[in-house]
Design a protein around this ligand. Structure first.
Ligand code: AMP
Length: 281
């Protein structure tokens, strides 16, 4: 397995693979890899001849008061997970390799990014779209793998690729959870023991919402109210949002129909956690 920080080396390697007719699967990450990332890597491994993982904590997608500086990093551990999972190449650039002096070009979107996480993280998706399109230009993957854990991000990337004619297939992968239900996340490492226990309220409240939807409830307000009521039983939890949106457009719905995303963001202490489920009604 190769680990490169230079764009030129990644390009050269991928060009060589493509000359031989090999397909390339790509998993973009911010590192501190866990089973959630590994599931994307495993799927990419099955569906492609070569697998590239990027590890880059992208400063552009963090707001000024967010956790860019404290975001956990462990390249050695990540490299071991990737090596064991059969990854061919890790791209691990420094910020100045990705953003040269005077960088001033961005990818932005008029829809999909205003609701949910876009409300409390106004510059986040512009940073995500810009870095992902750059990574796509560098890696030129046939397929790229994204987790449903970040469902709004998945919808945004799918739309960006469609709108801008990027020749990469976007594949969404299911949420991987801890045994007790907590969605795996690099940010779980911020939680104290007490907060880790309190964080179970996210998956527990979504389970109640999902049971309601499965039993035939189509009123979005009723689903949101049930989830909110459960979240409010946890003193350490502070709700950022509880929303029901159409998955492909990320627009709020009053009545559940088609592919709907039920998404929540909740602070447990200072840590902001997200979780969701998608239902086809
Ligand atoms: P991150 O390193 O947090 O930027 O995540 C990189 C990719 O891994 C994104 O596509 C995430 O949606 C995905 N991912 C993170 N956590 C999980 C999880 N628990 N299950 C599935 N995919 C995940």
């Amino acid at each position: 397995m190769k680990i490169y920080g230079e764009i030129s080396k990644v390009r050269e390697t991928v060009k060589n693979w493509k000359r031989k007719g090999l397909t390339v699967g790509f998993v973009p990450t911010m590192g501190y890899l866990h089973e959630g990332h590994k599931s994307l890597i495993d799927t990419a491994r099955k569906e492609n001849d070569r697998v590239v993982v990027s590890i880059f904590v992208n400063p552009m997608q963090f707001g000024p008061s967010e956790d860019f500086a404290s975001y956990p990093r462990d390249l050695e551990k990540d490299a071991k997970l990737c090596e064991d999972a059969g990854v061919d190449l890790i791209f691990h650039p420094e910020a100045d390799e990705m953003y040269a002096d005077g960088f001033c070009s961005y990818v932005d979107m008029n829809g999909l990014t205003t609701e949910l996480c876009g409300k409390s993280r106004p510059i986040h998706f512009r940073g995500v779209q810009t870095v992902v399109l750059k990574l796509f230009h560098i890696v030129t993957p046939d397929r790229a793998y994204f987790g449903q854990k970040d469902a709004q991000q998945l919808a945004v990337i799918k739309r960006m690729v469609r709108d801008l004619n990027v020749d990469t297939e976007i594949i969404g992968c299911p949420i991987i959870r801890e045994e007790d239900g907590l969605a795996k996340s690099s940010r779980n490492t911020y939680l104290s023991q007490e907060e880790r226990q309190a964080a179970l309220i996210l998956s527990r409240s979504l389970k109640i919402g999902k049971e309601l939807v499965d039993s035939g409830e189509t009123n979005a307000a009723a689903v949101k109210a049930a989830i909110t009521a459960e979240l409010e039983t946890e003193p350490l939890a502070k709700i950022d949002y509880v929303e029901v949106v159409e998955f492909n457009t990320i627009t709020p719905v009053d009545t559940l129909t088609g592919s709907v995303l039920v998404a929540i963001a909740v602070y447990i202490g200072k840590t902001r956690l997200i979780d969701n489920f998608i239902a086809t009604v």
